[in-house]
Structures are given as structure tokens and as C-alpha cells.
Design a protein around this ligand. Structure first.
Ligand SMILES: Nc1nc2c(c(=O)[nH]1)N=C([C@H](O)[C@H](O)COP(=O)(O)OP(=O)(O)OP(=O)(O)O)CN2
Ligand SMILES: [Zn+2]
Length: 148
């Protein structure tokens, strides 16, 4: 839902920007245990990308809002997620196009782009809504807890 309030993440950077975007895509979850989701179906995904840093670029931007949108929208809008074989894989649950894995992949694409910029800000959160009632938050710095 664009213009909603998103969960916030703690960081010590001076600047934080947020970019909302959406893209329409089809997918299936290639597992019998996914039930109805194992059949091809589509969503309008809503993503909120949070980027933080201390340095601005030559335009006075932390990152260019429109560039961040283009990285995701151009690649995924009106596509079948399972067909992005460089990103998703029907044999590996960590590469199925679930909301969790799509959120992480969005992070990976955006952080790779940011690593190539002069001021090198950090993507600190991806909020990804798949349906009106279902969303995932991915935070790259939150991997420190051991498995229960
Ligand atoms: N942890 C996850 N659970 C489910 C995922 C997922 O990616 N991660 N995906 C699906 C399906 O793809 C489905 O599209 C979404 O499921 P759901 O939220 O159940 O969709 P509904 O709109 O039917 O939800 P209601 O609240 O019942 O209307 C399933 N699970
Ligand atoms: Zn789905």
C-alpha cells in the first residue's frame, strides 16, 4: 500500500530515504506444500526500499529515487518471477520466488547498484507486500540470531 507507514529500522546514519514502488508479476511456488500458491498466479507487489548513509552524491542525493525504482520496475514489471533464472530456481527453496526470497533479491540488486556509487549508501530495509494481507520485511543486518 503506497503511502502507508512502514516498520522502521534502527541505524546510526544521518540520512535515510524511502522509495515506494510497485510492479505486477506472476509466480508460482514450486512446492506441493505451498498448496494453491504452487499454481501460476499474479500479484501487484508493493515495495518500500529504505536507504541510509552519511554522504550525499554530486547531485545532493543519497541515492536517486528514480534510479532505485528503475532497477526494480524495469526488471520485474509484467514478468514471470520464476523465469528470472539468474535469480530464482525451482530446485532450491532459498531461490523459490516467495515473498521472503523476492525481498532479499530486491535488497541484493539495490545494494549491488549502491556499492558502485561514489557515496556508497546502504540499503537497510526492504518492505515487500505481496497481497493486501501479507508482507515481508528483509533487513540485511539482522542475521545474527542463531537458529532456535
Ligand atoms: N511465508 C510465505 N507464505 C506464503 C507465501 C510466501 O511467499 N511466503 N506465498 C503465498 C502465496 O503466493 C499467496 O499468493 C499469498 O498467500 P495469502 O496471503 O494466503 O493470500 P490471500 O490473499 O489468499 O490471503 P487472505 O488473507 O486469506 O485473503 C502463500 N503463503
Ligand atoms: Zn503468490
Amino acid at each position: 500500500m503506497i503511502q502507508q507507514i512502514y516498520p522502521s529500522t534502527q541505524h546510526a546514519f544521518q540520512y535515510e530515504l524511502n522509495k515506494d514502488m510497485h510492479f505486477a508479476a506472476a509466480h508460482y511456488v514450486p512446492s506441493e506444500s505451498a498448496g494453491e500458491c504452487s499454481k501460476m498466479h499474479g500479484h501487484t507487489y508493493f515495495a518500500n526500499v529504505t536507504i541510509a548513509g552519511n554522504k550525499l552524491d554530486e547531485s545532493g542525493f543519497l541515492a536517486n529515487f528514480s534510479q532505485i525504482k528503475q532497477l526494480i520496475h524495469t526488471r520485474f514489471d509484467h514478468s514471470v518471477l520464476n523465469e528470472h533464472s539468474e535469480l530464482f530456481n525451482d530446485q532450491d527453496p532459498n531461490r523459490f520466488p516467495t515473498t521472503e526470497n523476492v525481498a532479499r533479491v530486491l535488497f541484493e540488486i539495490i545494494q549491488e547498484y549502491l556499492d558502485g556509487t561514489a557515496n556508497k549508501p546502504r540499503c537497510v530495509q526492504i518492505f515487500l507486500r505481496e497481497t493486501p494481507t501479507s508482507y515481508v520485511v528483509f533487513r540485511p543486518g539482522a542475521g545474527g540470531m542463531p537458529d532456535a
